[in-house]
Design a binder for this molecule. Structure first.
Ligand code: NAP
Length: 271
């Protein structure tokens, strides 16, 4: 039951019809007996959304596309890791001061927790906000980055920020790649037949991590598994980036493997 003391949280973006954040947050609030509700606020103008966060006030805000970068200059402070990545997916309202964080990095670290990265060659496809978070996580873990992106200039920008090399698909072979990370929307519902790289680059012994979580088993992951690779679904990352938002807001440690698996099961029902 919602009361007068119920705290208001939000997910903001434009458009927002596909956001699964309410389905992630609200059952966790109930489970942890937190008197709060997370609702979607969709608006094209990020300034209007930030004004609403300050006025209502909104305590915790999950930020999605296209506002992850444009919200940054409107905040009072930004966590150094989010600054490095150049994107904010979380805003915590601390007594009227809006602080920006990036919990995609935590989600990626969790998803790759069992993957050896030190001195391993990691092919990162895509160069947007999520690819920046992935590059940061791989770099911190000592991996060697190879970048591939439709717009070469954006791949070069990643190389300058996190080191590594920009490569072309033609110059690559499966033996040279230990880990593949897809940070493009290729393969996402409703374009489920698409894959971001040719099948010949997949092999036994690789780990293939697809950030796309709808569907949870993308065509890339199905093909990778068929070739004997280890696969990691974007659902692990999505669950943890959301749970970490709640941790930053409440200041309490809540992430356990058991809770992550419960959240994933709940989310699967909505996909
Ligand atoms: P973004 O900033 O818009 O970047 C998208 C990237 O994908 C860009 O590099 C873009 O290339 C590339 N791309 C888009 N359409 C393409 C196409 N048709 N062919 C080739 N490349 C294409 O998006 P983002 O926030 O980084 O998100 C990327 C993906 O990660 C999305 O699928 C999103 O759902 C997923 N994601 C998952 C989680 C999770 O928790 N699992 C969290 C965040 C994001 P250009 O540079 O050429 O435009």
């Amino acid at each position: 039951m919602k009361t007068q003391a119920t705290q208001l949280n939000a997910v903001i973006g434009y458009p927002l019809s596909h956001s699964r954040s309410p389905m992630l947050h609200n059952p966790v609030y109930k489970r942890l007996k937190i008197d709060a509700i997370l609702v979607p606020f969709s608006h094209r103008d990020v300034r209007a959304l930030v004004a609403a966060i300050r006025a209502l006030p909104i305590h915790l805000t999950a930020v999605t596309m296209p506002h992850k970068q444009t919200i940054m200059p409107l905040l009072d402070a930004i966590d150094p890791d989010a600054k490095k990545v150049g994107a904010v997916n979380t805003v915590v309202n601390r007594q009227g001061k809006l602080i920006g964080y990036n919990t995609d990095i935590d989600g990626i670290r969790y998803a790759l927790r069992d993957t050896k990265l030190r001195n391993r060659t990691v092919l990162l496809i895509g160069a947007g906000g999520a690819a920046n978070a992935a590059a940061s996580a791989v770099r911190k873990a000592g991996g060697k980055l190879l970048y591939m992106n439709r717009t070469a200039k954006k791949a070069q920008a990643l190389r300058k920020r996190f080191g590594g090399e920009v490569c072309s698909e033609q110059a690559l072979n499966a033996e040279a790649i230990d880990v593949i990370i897809n940070a493009t929307p290729l393969g996402m519902h409703p374009d489920e037949k698409r894959i971001p790289i040719p099948e010949r680059l997949l092999r036994k012994g690789q780990t293939v991590f697809d950030l796309v979580y709808n569907p949870p088993q993308t065509k890339l992951l199905v093909l990778a598994k068929r070739r004997g690779a280890r696969t990691v679904s974007g659902l692990d990352m999505f669950a943890v980036q959301g749970l970490r938002q709640i941790e930053l807001w409440t200041g309490k440690k809540i992430i356990t493997t058991k809770l992550v698996e419960t959240v994933k099961r709940n989310l699967l029902k909505s996909l």
